[in-house]
Design a protein around this ligand. Structure first.
Ligand code: GLN
Length: 476
């Protein structure tokens, strides 16, 4: 109940698309009978969690922040949500995102942008109003564009956790969508290895890169959530078959044998001075604690964004072809032929970014363009992936890089750029890990001079989450 209250207090930040209060109340009402039953209650029993609104949740709207799915109520649960439910967690709400997870700011949602709580006077204003915000007062703060973006596309999940309205939130990560908002909101943001966590019920963006992500306030919480959702799933053939072995991260951590690689190509020209200093400081701390910290070269890093732009659009064109207004979702009111019904439905219900990507994707996939774009991008993807293999072959245990090139930009500045430019800056450091499928985690480090979180990223070889999160906990 307390969590639901917090959810309503953070309303001006627009973290939630749907608040699932009934589910929480039902769970609370049943708590006595659960306590009395003989079943063993796990550590997550009764714990409020939030889920990004691109995961199917039976009986609860799942909109992908799109008008297209604004009336869609799934008849089944995503595996991630089912496992969290089985562990006893309570769904507190479905969180905001960029439409169909296409973006890096949580600004392109049919339900409006999510706002960062850091350095924002929105919350203060709300409290001054004694929690009795009138519509007029809310819309005044909505017009106040001095706030910072949350990053995205899982910005709703990040704000849900950062404000304390839930213990943990599930995001998704195709090019950085969990780590980027974690970086801007000062959270742990884990993108597990591709195939460690089932994608069943996660509405796809790029099937070969999508991974469910975890946002929490510390590493131990992320481990607890990972332990409850990871492991084989018959419903997802891309999920690793091997049994998952849960782990804990100890409090006493020895990093003296650790080999840390610093990829020189992540020093992008737009890298902010404060982020660079933060990167240098943490490298120095690791050295002082006995770790070997050495530069490594990952020469194909800078091609990742362009390569992703091609592969993303091809998958988008294909994945979003099913939204035709026939089986489910939005359907235009007036039309005189089936063809016109498709056309009107799709023109009216998709936002600009989504429409642009579908058009460009179909262009790349034309028979005469296929080799020139899609096949070439797949070859570059292989080279990027081999950059990582070379680092591991050089006995590097983890790579340390920035997560984002700057602190959270102001909304007003961010919207001056088009979506592709936004993503090419935001995803520069996060995107390559999705190309290679390796695990990566955002670790918040300190506040910038402007009072905003600065973070770094750790990446490791596939299925080494235990070591990765151990190093993250040492840094945290
Ligand atoms: N910013 C990237 C995009 O818009 C990645 C988004 C994501 O990880 N879901 O496609």
């Amino acid at each position: 109940k307390a969590a639901i209250k917090v959810v309503s207090i953070i309303k001006p930040l627009n973290a939630y698309i749907t608040v699932t209060g009934n589910r929480a109340k039902e769970h609370a009402d049943n708590s006595d009978s659960r306590q009395n039953s003989r079943c063993l209650l796990g550590k997550l029993d009764g714990i409020p969690i939030a889920i990004k609104d691109n995961y199917c949740t039976k009986g609860h709207p799942t909109t992908c922040a799109s008008k297209m799915l604004s009336n869609f109520i799934p008849t089944y649960d995503a595996t991630v949500y089912k496992r969290l439910k089985d562990a006893g967690t309570v769904l507190i709400g479905k969180t905001n995102l960029d439409e169909f997870a296409m973006g890096s700011g949580t600004i392109d949602s049919y339900y409006g942008p999510t706002k960062n709580l850091w350095n924002s006077d929105l919350l203060t204003k709300f409290y001054v109003c004694d929690n009795k915000c009138t519509e007029d007062c809310e819309s005044r703060s909505m017009n106040e564009n001095s706030w910072h973006i949350t990053g995205g596309s899982s910005g709703g999940s990040a704000v849900a956790v950062a404000t304390g309205s839930c213990y943990a939130a599930i995001g998704s990560d195709t090019g950085g969508s969990t780590r980027n908002p974690a970086s801007y909101c000062g959270l742990i943001g884990l993108k597990p290895t591709y195939g460690l966590v089932s994608r069943y019920g996660l509405i796809p963006l790029v099937n070969s890169m999508d991974v469910p992500g975890i946002l929490t306030r510390n590493v131990d919480d992320a481990v607890l959530v990972l332990n409850s959702i990871a492991g084989p799933d018959e419903a997802d053939s891309t999920c690793r078959q091997k049994d998952y072995v849960p782990f804990d991260v100890p409090n006493a951590i020895d990093i003296s044998n650790l080999r840390v690689g610093i990829p020189t190509e992540y020093k992008e020209r737009n890298l902010n001075q404060e982020v660079q200093e933060c990167w240098d400081e943490v490298s120095q701390y690791l050295k002082e604690a006995g770790a070997t910290v050495c530069p490594v070269s990952m020469p194909y890093t800078s091609l990742s964004i362009m390569c992703y732009a091609v592969l993303n659009r091809c998958d988008v064109a294909s994945n979003l072809a099913c939204y035709d207004g026939i089986e489910y979702g939005y359907r235009a009111d007036e039309w005189s032929s089936v063809h016109e019904s498709y056309k009107k439905t799709r023109s009216e219900a998709f936002g600009k970014v989504v429409k642009d990507r579908i058009l460009v994707g179909n262009y790349f996939l034309l028979e005469e363009n296929y080799d020139e774009y899609y096949v070439k991008a797949m070859k570059i993807r292989r080279l990027i992936s081999e950059d990582f293999d070379a680092a591991w072959d050089n006995n590097v245990d983890v790579l340390l890089t920035p997560t984002t090139l700057t602190e959270a930009p102001k909304y007003n500045d961010f919207i001056l750029m088009d979506n592709q430019t936004q993503c090419s800056i935001q995803d520069y450091c996060t995107q390559p890990a999705n190309m290679a499928g390796v695990p990566a985690v955002n670790v918040p480090i300190k506040l910038s001079r402007n009072g905003l979180p600065l973070s770094l990223q750790l990446m490791g070889p596939s299925f080494t989450e235990e070591r990765l999160l151990t190093v993250a906990k040492w840094i945290e």
